[in-house]
Design a binder for this molecule. Structure first.
Ligand code: FE2
Ligand code: FE2
Length: 236
């Protein structure tokens, strides 16, 4: 048996990404069958899911093993815009502006922060921080994998069916390119982590499966948000 968890985790990621892209909602998004509100709801969900991405990467950086530290640090600095042309949460502001949700950003940020609060307040599923760290890592890196495959498709759909321009869509087009590298690095970092913290392979795979048991992509991107309320904030 290989001592790398990559094959199994890649399979998990590929399966959940397929579930996303073959879901009714994703197909409707690509085929232009969502209402205008449906597209805006999707965009609001993406903003909520990713506005606090630097905080999640900072958590992973804190636990990164020495051999992976530089790699995770560069990813974090790119996310913050220190080693990239713009901070990624700032690109989400342009996306919000594109669909007229800029005035609702404070509320979207509150909802995004609330997601972190709920996640941090849950009864712990695992007994040690190294296990929790692996579960968070598997889920955060899953988004890099999924976006490396879907971000360009989503950008094309939002341009064609919601009329968003290149500036508004830069968060997607940027991740479509950059997350190809990040997804590759993610597999190396997960292997480094499992080795450094001496987590038995079977246990690591168990944790990975548990953290991906519910599809994080469809859950985050297609949940109900109080769009009417958010839009109301946009006109006052
Ligand atoms: Fe990013
Ligand atoms: Fe990334």
């Amino acid at each position: 048996m290989s001592d790398s968890v990559r094959p199994m985790i890649e399979l998990l990621y590929a399966r959940q990404t397929d579930d996303l892209t073959s879901s009714d909602q994703f197909r409707a998004l690509e085929e232009g069958r969502l209402s205008r509100e449906g597209y805006d709801q999707f965009v609001a969900n993406v903003i909520r899911a990713h506005r606090h991405s630097p905080q999640l990467l900072a958590f992973l950086f804190a636990l990164a093993p020495p051999v992976a530290r530089e790699r995770v640090k560069r990813n974090l600095l790119e996310e913050m815009g220190i080693e990239d042309k713009a901070a990624h949460p700032a690109l989400l502001v342009r996306l919000a502006e594109g669909v007229g949700l800029a005035p609702a950003l404070t509320e979207l940020d509150r909802l995004s922060q609330e997601m972190l609060r709920v996640a941090a307040s849950q009864r712990l599923q695992f007994g040690t921080l190294k296990e929790i760290g692996l579960a968070v890592m598997v889920e955060v890196f899953a988004f890099e994998y999924m976006l490396s495959k879907t971000a360009d498709r989503i950008a094309k759909a939002l341009a064609g069916h919601r009329g968003l321009d290149a500036t508004a869509l830069e968060w997607f087009t940027h991740h479509g390119v950059m997350d190809k590298r990040h997804a590759e690095e993610a597999f190396a970092t997960i292997d480094d982590y499992v080795t450094y913290y001496d987590i038995p392979l079977v246990e690591a795979l168990n944790i990975a499966e548990m953290s991906m048991r519910v599809n994080p992509f469809t859950t985050r991107y297609f949940s109900e948000l109080p769009l009417a309320q958010l839009k109301a904030m946009s006109v006052c």
